[in-house]
Design a protein around this ligand. Structure first.
Ligand code: NAI
Length: 331
């Protein structure tokens, strides 16, 4: 099936092509993000394959539908970048990658928590500069501390299990409680209690209208003073300006983010020789107690292999008219 692959980096091209060896779909790779301006690149492609920062809104979907697209396959778990209601109206199916190494993201979240608490990136930068002073590098033991997990699905449960292994008390909040979380040693509490009691909070819920800015000025004020916030889910969960204010006041003791609400124009590209005009991210990276990574939590051999294979399998199933196991339900 003719498939236009947007936001294609070198590893996407290599690994998607490898997964496609037996299936033999005609893959057309474009480094461009999918936007209204670039949608014409997919002319004649029945399938369009996208990533987290492609813009798959109603206008773009209408343009794709006019050109013959009938399937949108996102190489991600989250699908908040796709207007599913508009796709449904246009008769376009949407598939995602429901299941791929949730360990990749959970382990990265633990790494971010350790990194910001124990100032590992700062320490490494110092020693490269011949500075072996420990001043300013003190962290706290995670053992015996309380960790809040917002969103206890696949990734949240694994994160909880790892943190329980550190000897932490685990609190969770999720409108759909899971046995797995409790089996990992977690206890469910109301979000206010979670914020008030946790020494660190990690976000593992999807971005929806209900969760947008779930961490806002109001909830930041409810955090235990000096606690750490980790976000590997979606940038829109955190009101970044409010987080900056909380960092300045000391209410927030540390912030580690792999996702950023304005990441679409920044992430997945090398901007090191340009002037970055986003003052919010520039302010964030200037804090000594902030770590920012560029949406890399999923980026392991295991996860990428699974993402590519699932994506190709979905396109093949669609071509054969079979049931789509990774279908996003029509809105
Ligand atoms: P999942 O669907 O297994 O779990 C999400 C959980 O969030 C569910 O239990 C759901 O009930 C819960 N939830 C929904 N609304 C909530 C609310 N208002 N408050 C608290 N919890 C709520 O998803 P999974 O696989 O664990 O992924 C979680 C998120 O991680 C994805 O939606 C995606 O945004 C993000 N992600 C980030 C990656 C990265 O590379 N940084 C890679 C993969 C996923």
């Amino acid at each position: 099936m003719k498939t236009a692959v947007f936001s294609a980096r070198r590893y996407d091209k290599t690994l998607l092509a490898r997964a496609n060896q037996d299936a033999g779909h005609e893959l057309r790779f474009f480094e461009d993000r999918l936007t209204l301006a670039s949608a014409s690149l997919a002319e004649g492609c029945e399938a369009v394959c996208v990533f987290v920062n492609d813009s798959v809104d109603a206008q773009v979907l209408a343009a794709l539908a006019r050109q013959g697209t009938r399937l949108v396959a996102t190489r991600s778990t989250g699908y908040n970048q796709i207007d599913v209601a508009a796709a449904t109206q246009l008769g376009i199916e949407v598939v995602r990658v429901t299941d791929y190494s949730p360990h990749s993201v959970a382990e990265f979240a633990v790494g971010l928590l350790l990194g910001v608490n124990r100032k590992i990136a700062r320490a490494s930068a110092r020693t490269r500069d011949g500075n072996f002073d420990l001043e300013g590098l003190m962290g706290f033991d995670l053992h015996g501390k309380t960790i809040g997990v917002i969103g206890t699905g696949k990734i949240g449960v694994i994160f909880a299990r790892i943190m329980a292994g550190f000897g932490c008390t685990i609190l969770g909040h999720d409108p759909y409680p899971s046995r797995g979380f409790e089996e990992a040693g977690g206890s469910y509490v109301a979000v206010d209690e979670l914020l008030a009691r946790s020494d660190a909070v990690s976000l593992h819920c999807p971005l929806t209208e209900a969760t947008r800015y779930i961490i806002n000025a109001h909830n930041l004020a409810r955090l235990k003073r000096g606690s750490i916030l980790v976000n590997t889910s979606r940038g829109g969960l955190v009101d970044t300006e409010a987080a900056i204010a909380a960092l300045k006041s000391g209410q927030l003791g540390g912030l580690a983010i792999d996702v950023y609400e304005q990441e679409a124009n920044l992430f997945f590209q090398d901007l090191s020789s340009t002037i970055i005009c986003d003052d919010v991210i520039q302010r964030l990276v200037s804090f000594p107690n902030v770590i920012v990574t560029g949406h890399q939590a999923f980026f392991t051999v295991e996860a990428i292999g699974q993402i590519m294979q699932t994506t190709i399998d979905s396109i093949s199933a669609f071509e054969r008219g079979e049931a789509l196991v990774n279908r996003v339900p029509p809105a």
